[in-house]
Write a protein that binds this ligand. Structure first.
Ligand code: NAD
Ligand code: IPM
Ligand code: MN
Length: 364
């Protein structure tokens, strides 16, 4: 039998800290699967990305990292970036590496599920009745839009500098991500909200037109459209009106951070970037320089990203659910990290929370 290979990219800031529990959880998965039929085993490889890669090699996205990613079954990335690298030119920034690996893998559909663990209903800043049972999915286009559009750059004319970015979408780019959203809606509550700015932007006019066309193949799914400013407001006003939100790269980035707060903390939200040959999995949070090195970061978004990897890339829905149940039951026992701590509950550090979840995994 062949071991499934996963490329683990710890990156910067809290990245290496939230990676520790994942290594241990993979060992536990291997241990508990070793007796089962079919011999499911995972081999973790590690690579460099972001500031950590720049420090070691001079480049944020070394060729070796992309080669390893190509030969693996999936990639699990923690986070990149930090103040130390903020003044580097664009091509050398850690964030550029993130865009680079997404583009290289062709991971055009970024699924960002925002589900509220019932135990955390008091951890959100929103009222319990507004968020209880919340379960929505943001499908963010990930390899196009203003993040990649050309022309871009900073130019100088007559002594005046101009920063340029271009929002651009082609019909095929819109169509393929719309299909991902409609297909997902079929496995959920059959509702898609397409978010755009079609009252101002031509790229959004085309977006809306193509989404409406693709929808003709999905008569069993309800489609509506919302301008992004309204969507941002509706997300906090009445978030349960949403099932699947499909939107472009920049709007999806912003709305998914907003959605994370409905679930208690950005430290809870995982993501799956699919559509390419190899899936890429990452928490939606960043490297959190403000809390790095203190063993207080919430490792759950990273652990839940491993669950998504098992679900979408390794076809092990059972193991994905087992991880999700373990997280759920540790929360039910009252354990919290600082970001989701309420009056009640015992606050654990990153490592200790990881250990609890792994112990739970070995029992459930
Ligand atoms: P951030 O997501 O890193 O942090 C925002 C806030 O949320 C901070 O207060 C942070 O402490 C908190 N937070 C984030 N993750 C947490 C966790 N797991 N547990 C507890 N609290 C958590 O966003 P930022 O501060 O805007 O960006 C910091 C750096 O990260 C920047 O360099 C940015 O470019 C980068 N970034 C990287 C990614 C990525 O790698 N996918 C995503 C977003 C930002
Ligand atoms: C994310 C991050 C990245 C993005 C940045 C760091 C490039 O915010 O993964 O959400 O905007 O895609
Ligand atoms: Mn973001």
């Amino acid at each position: 039998f062949k071991k499934h290979q996963i490329l683990l990219l710890p990156g910067d800031g809290i990245g290496p800290e939230v990676t520790v529990p994942v290594r241990e959880l993979v060992s536990e998965i291997n241990r508990s699967e070793s007796g089962s039929q079919g011999k499911f085993q995972i081999e973790l490889l590690e690579g460099l990305i972001g500031g950590a890669a720049t420090d070691a090699t001079g480049k944020p996205l070394p060729k070796e990292t992309l080669e390893m990613a190509d030969s693996c079954d999936a990639v699990l990335l923690a986070a990149v970036g930090g103040p130390k690298y903020d003044l580097l030119p664009y091509e050398l920034r850690p964030e550029r590496a993130l865009l680079g690996i997404r583009e290289h893998l062709g991971a055009f559909a970024n699924l960002r599920p925002a589900r509220l663990f019932p135990e955390l209903v008091d951890a959100s800043t929103l009222k319990p009745e507004v968020i209880s049972d919340l379960d929505l999915m943001v499908v963010r286009e990930l390899t196009g839009g203003i993040y990649f559009g050309k022309p871009r750059g900073i130019v100088e004319e007559n002594g005046i500098r101009r920063g340029i970015n271009t929002e651009t979408y082609t019909e095929p780019e819109i169509e393929r991500v719309a299909r991902v959203a409609f297909d997902l809606a079929r496995k959920r509550s059959h509702r898609v909200t397409s978010v755009d700015k079609a009252n101002v932007l031509e790229s959004s006019v085309l977006w809306r037109e193509v989404v409406i066309r693709v929808h003709k193949d999905y008569p069993d799914v309800t489609l509506d459209h919302m301008y992004v400013d309204n969507a941002a407001m509706q997300l906090v006003r009445k978030p349960k009106q949403f099932d699947v939100i499909v939107t472009g790269n920049l709007f999806g980035d912003i709305l998914s951070d907003e959605a994370s707060q409905l679930t208690g903390s950005i430290g809870m939200l995982a993501s799956a970037s699919i559509g390419g040959k190899t899936g890429l999995y990452e928490p939606i949070h960043g490297s959190a320089p403000d809390i790095a090195g203190k063993n207080i970061a919430n490792p759950m978004a990273m652990i839940l990203s491993l669950a998504l990897l098992l679900r979408y890339s390794l076809n092990r829905e059972d193991l994905a659910q087992r991880i999700e149940r373990s997280v759920s039951s540790v929360l039910a026992q009252g354990f919290r990290t600082a970001d989701i701590a309420q009056v009640k509950g015992q606050v654990l550090g990153t490592r200790e929370m990881g250990e609890k979840i792994i112990r739970e995994y070995s029992r459930v």
